[in-house]
Design a protein around this ligand. Structure first.
Ligand code: XIL
Length: 369
């Protein structure tokens, strides 16, 4: 899970969206040809951000901000941005150990200029262990200083600008058996490096919500249990964990009900919940017998379930609802499979049925049959 600047390479520029291209149902159907969705999409679909009683987010790369169509769509639809990869170590930490901040600074400035929230993503990730850290000797104290220094530098730079941080990303082992091994765990201890990251992030930015973030929590109850267990242990140790994120990179054939159960389980600790990286892949669906049209129908239902389950949370537990790519063409999943269309806006920025389902759910309406 660590394809580096590839993110940058895989994105294409261009696209022309204006207010007028939010098409009426009939027109949208004819424009989409044989892959058309069955549900008509209202011509006057309101922006997601205008109907949601919480922040709606999207991930973004600095490059995206040079695409006027995408920039306009972001401003219209969302109220929070998560840097897709440029606030991670892979971008910030240079081979000589110095830090660079051009791209995340641009994203932060864009968020500020448009009155959007900014979500820091992420401080510590098993998948990213830059050379400069690997080179440090085994001396635990020196390593801990460098680790704390990094968190202070990054979380301190964006202090007061971010609403929160994914402090530790993906700490739970793939099969749910304990926590992941990593350079951080080896040098600082499996639990200790996690707790230390939270304590340090809190020193650097005492007002930021400090989140844990992981994936497959809806697919694997065992992984979910380990995740919740880690959260409880952190809280018991006094670590300032103040929010829980579920990435929700799901496929269109995820069994109905799994997402609702997962969101309820996570909410049982009483912390704010972040749907942090939602996308619903068509091509990752395991059931190869389903037609594309059926997968599209299920995709819409999955978006609806996620939004309804989130809406069912007490207001104070709704941290934010973030889409991992606003248009299909912006999605990281396109690099994996060019035929995927996992987002709620199509390549041209037109809302798909998933967007209408989100609007319905955020307004407290059940989707139309
Ligand atoms: C992905 C980005 O989408 C890519 O552009 C980047 O190259 C690699 O990371 N879990 C996470 C995200 O927490 O940071 C990942 O994002 C997707 C999986």
């Amino acid at each position: 899970m660590d394809p580096p600047p590839l993110g940058e390479v895989a994105r294409r520029a261009g696209g022309g969206l204006g207010r007028r291209t939010v098409l009426a149902g009939a027109l949208a159907l004819s424009a989409c040809g044989p892959k058309a969705q069955s549900q008509p999409i209202p011509a006057d679909l309101p922006p997601l951000r205008s109907v949601a009683p919480f922040r709606v987010g999207a991930c973004v790369q600095a490059l995206h901000l040079d695409d006027p169509a995408l920039a306009a769509l972001l401003v219209r639809e969302v109220s929070q941005l998560t840097p897709e990869w440029q606030m991670k170590m892979e971008y910030i930490v240079q081979p000589d150990g110095s830090f660079r901040f051009e791209a995340p600074d641009r994203i932060a400035a864009f968020a500020r200029a448009h009155g959007m929230g900014l979500l820091g993503h992420n401080l510590v990730w098993y998948a990213q262990t830059p050379e400069a850290f690997q080179r440090l000797d085994e001396n635990r104290i020196g390593f801990a200083d460098a680790y704390r220094n990094y968190i202070h530098a990054v979380a301190g730079r964006y202090r007061g600008q971010v609403v929160g941080w994914d402090v530790v990303n993906e700490p739970v082992a793939e099969d749910g058996n304990g926590w992941r091994d990593s350079l951080w765990a080896q040098r600082l201890g499996a639990f200790e490096h996690i707790a230390l990251a939270y304590r340090t992030a809190h020193e650097a930015d005492p007002d930021a919500v400090l989140l844990l973030n992981d994936y497959n929590l809806e697919y694997f109850p065992k992984k979910r249990a380990t995740y919740l267990n880690l959260a409880e242990r952190l809280l018991a140790s006094g670590a300032p964990l103040t929010g829980l994120g579920a990435q929700m990179h799901v496929a269109a054939d995820v069994p109905p009900g799994e997402i609702t159960r997962m969101i309820r389980d996570l909410a049982s600790l009483g912390l704010p919940i972040h749907v942090s990286e939602l996308d619903v892949s068509l091509t990752r669906a395991e059931n190869k017998l389903l037609s594309r049209a059926e997968l599209q129908r299920r995709q819409t239902a999955v978006y609806a379930e996620a939004a309804e389950a989130f809406m069912a949370l007490p207001e104070r537990q709704r941290f934010a609802f973030t889409l991992w790519g606003l248009r299909d063409r912006d999605s990281w999943l396109r690099a994996e499979n060019a035929a995927d269309a996992p987002a709620v806006f199509d390549d041209a920025g037109r809302p798909k049925a998933g967007a209408a389902a989100l609007v319905d759910a955020f307004q407290g309406r059940r989707p139309q049959a």
